[in-house]
Design a protein. Structure first.
Length: 208
């Protein structure tokens, strides 16, 4: 299994390793165990091998220029059965399919997709998820990462099947009052025990 992150942080730049700083500790001690994995079970790389001041997000040019320079060799040597794309920068390596032209983490994280990366350099199962550093900077996001890695391990062992769009259809409605929620749920024959995902937006300081 090959996991691809973003770029070296300060500790990685000093110690010349991948995921050897605080993010690496989270990755090794929190997320990998949820998938039933140890650090020795996976190879970890970044789309960019160079540190940037301020640890800024790589540009598209950096992602493709750096990634195409060394990742084909890594893929050839590693021959992974699954590539885990950690974060938005790594997800740009995805070549796209009719079903998923580009990976949008808010929609596609925590599910396997079969396709290719790096313009056909490698083909197989791709698992997109958030970058482990997200959980450090935004604690509530840890739940997404923990669930994704738990499902990754279960899927790898054949114990979990990702839901299909038919099982969980998306129905966009604009809800403006609590009464509207009740009317929508009861009108669809839904009961209070049914879980419904609701997306909220903000308008200035007020929820919308």
């Amino acid at each position: 299994m090959l996991c691809i992150g973003e770029r070296p942080g300060k500790q990685e730049n000093i110690r010349l390793g991948v995921f050897v700083g605080p993010t690496g500790e989270e990755f090794n001690n929190t997320y990998l165990p949820l998938a039933g994995l140890d650090r020795e079970d996976v190879r970890v790389e970044n789309v960019c091998r160079c540190y940037a001041d301020g640890n800024r997000t790589p540009t598209d040019t950096e992602v493709w220029g750096c990634g195409q320079h060394f990742l084909p060799g890594v893929l050839a040597r590693t021959r992974p059965e699954v590539v885990v794309l950690l974060g938005g920068s790594a997800c740009k390596l995805w070549d796209g399919t009719a079903e998923v032209p580009r990976i949008r983490l808010n929609m596609h994280h925590g599910r396997p997709f079969y396709g290719s990366i790096l313009k056909g350099e490698w083909e197989g199962w791709v698992w997109p998820s958030y970058h482990p550093a997200v959980g450090i900077h935004d604690t509530p996001q840890m739940e997404h990462l923990m669930t994704d890695f738990r499902h990754l391990g279960e899927w790898w062992e054949g114990k979990w099947t990702p839901p299909t769009p038919d099982e969980h259809p998306t129905d966009y409605k604009l809800i403006s009052t609590p009464q509207s929620v009740d009317a929508y749920m009861m009108g669809g024959g839904l009961q209070a025990a049914v879980e419904v995902a609701i997306d909220t937006e903000s308008h200035g300081k007020e929820p919308w």
